[in-house]
Design a protein. Structure first.
Length: 127
């Protein structure tokens, strides 16, 4: 798995994301029923940071996470981008990531969801 974010690295952006999650939660749950919170986080990160306009929620595949089996080159690149978040912030790091191939962009989205979900819970910004 990719490296973790430091707790102090992006608190303002975490707060912004948590607000977006809360504002979208009601609409998503009225449309889809009760939804696992991590799926809401993934959806909102896709909309807010990756500018993905989606009306459906992705269903995570069963079994092990594909990020655990990334090749060394992809894992190194992914960890490099994760590390840059504390230096550049989320949005500036995303500008760099968007220049990559679609697979790495998707891997970054998924890794970012995993990390931000943990950070949001740790800071009490989601339940």
């Amino acid at each position: 798995m990719p490296e973790s974010l430091s707790p102090e690295s992006v608190p303002a952006e975490l707060l912004e994301i948590s607000r977006a999650i809360e504002s979208r939660r009601g609409a998503l749950e009225s449309e889809h029923g009760i939804i696992e919170e991590k799926r809401i986080v993934h959806h909102v990160i896709g909309e807010e940071l990756f500018e993905k306009s989606t009306s459906t929620l992705a269903v995570p595949p069963p079994g092990s996470h594909y990020l655990d089996s990334l090749d060394n080159e992809s894992l190194t690149a992914l960890n490099s981008y994760i590390a840059r978040i504390s230096e550049l912030g989320l949005k500036k790091t995303l500008v760099l990531v968007r220049k990559e191939n679609p697979f790495l962009i998707d891997a970054f989205h998924d890794a970012l969801t995993d990390k931000l979900y943990g950070e949001l819970k740790q800071h009490g910004l989601i339940s």
